[in-house]
Design a protein around this ligand. Structure first.
Ligand code: NAD
Length: 322
């Protein structure tokens, strides 16, 4: 039986990845600081452990695994990443985890670790035009991410690729672009735009209004979590080390996102534009490289994933109210 290790298994994408690996017939160990608060884990073995401690990392990488997925990171939505208030924690915590994991995997003679970088590592200067952002993989340098979160991701993707060059590993690096779906953070300040918009629309009365940071004309693309997991497993099992984008190329403004969610909810919603942390002006996945290297690209329409996500978040808001 094949085995897999998912670091960050108590998180959003990690939880979905564990389910997928179980469906694929793997024996799975999950590791996290916490259990997933939204769903019972399907991992065969789940270890609560702090991966900032090297001894803990060696403890959970105590055998060979066919596949290792390193998703653990100190992260959140714009309210967590872009205010600057958490910069030291974000850099210290995530870099320490990645240094520990790369080293422990190498010393256990594990050849393949998947590492989830982020579109936040792309230079801010290529993302000032909301209609025409450049997120081609080779546009990464000269580096100028707009957040310390992005700088840490850039450092860590280089770290995993350095282990490939110097230690013969076959690590794989993807740059995720705004992943969303059910069973993710939807309140509390670490949630991302799709979840925040679904929650606000679910709580608003028909004809009511919701608050949106900025003018809402900033553009983004959002990838449904099932397609993210599909791309992740495909990349790990492929001959291509990356870095490669895993994202949707269906770009929308935040105002349009609100419109789509309002339609799904069957509500008429006004938007109140208020000051808030924004991130770059425009961002979209460039999917030419993933298509070329993997012969696959995400292609489900945004509305399809939003329908499932809205239904789940709307049910959470009703449960909270009861
Ligand atoms: P998440 O926050 O839900 O999951 C990350 C998990 O890591 C959390 O459960 C957290 O408890 C765990 N973790 C943090 N510090 C830890 C530590 N010291 N020891 C053990 N576990 C620790 O985030 P997610 O959305 O599932 O993202 C997974 C990965 O994908 C992250 O590396 C993230 O940076 C990357 N990513 C996500 C997105 C997105 O849109 N969700 C976009 C780009 C990149």
């Amino acid at each position: 039986m094949k085995s897999a290790l998912v670091l960050g298994a108590g998180g959003f994408i990690g939880g979905h990845l564990v389910k997928r690996l179980k469906r694929d017939g793997f024996w799975v160990r999950g590791v996290d600081l916490k259990f997933n608060e939204h769903a019972e884990t399907e991992a065969d073995d789940f270890v609560i452990s702090d991966l900032r401690e090297p001894g803990n990392v060696r403890g959970v990488i105590d055998r060979r695994f066919d596949e290792v997925y390193q998703l653990a990171a100190d992260m959140g939505g714009a309210g967590y990443i872009f205010t600057g208030a958490h910069d030291a924690d974000i850099m210290h915590n995530s870099a320490t985890i990645n240094l520990n994991v790369a080293d422990a995997a190498h010393k256990r003679n594990i050849s393949r670790v998947f590492y989830s970088s982020s579109a936040c590592m792309y230079p801010a200067y290529n993302q000032e035009d909301p209609d025409n952002p450049n997120c081609a993989e080779d546009s990464a340098y000269p580096a100028a991410p707009d957040s310390e979160y992005g700088w840490e991701k850039l450092f860590s993707e280089r770290l995993f690729l350095a282990y490939n060059r110097n230690h013969g590993m076959k690590n794989r690096v993807a740059r995720y672009h705004n992943i969303f779906g059910p069973e993710g953070t939807w309140q509390g300040g670490k949630e991302k735009a799709p979840a925040a918009v679904c929650r606000k629309v679910a709580l608003a009365a028909n004809g009511g209004s919701i608050e949106i940071w900025g003018d809402g004309e900033q553009t983004r693309s959002f990838l449904y979590v099932d397609e993210c997991v599909e791309g992740t497993t495909r990349l790990l099992r492929s001959d291509f080390e990356g870095p490669v984008n895993i994202g949707s190329d269906e770009m929308v403004t935040i105002n349009q996102l609100v419109g789509i969610v309002a339609d799904i909810a069957g509500k008429k919603i006004e938007i109140d534009h208020i000051p808030g942390p924004l991130g770059v002006r425009g961002r979209n996945s460039d999917n030419r490289l993933i298509q070329e290297k993997l012969g696959w690209r995400p292609n489900d329409p945004l509305v399809k994933g939003l329908e499932k996500t809205y239904a789940w978040i709307e049910a959470q808001t009703r449960r909270n109210a009861a």
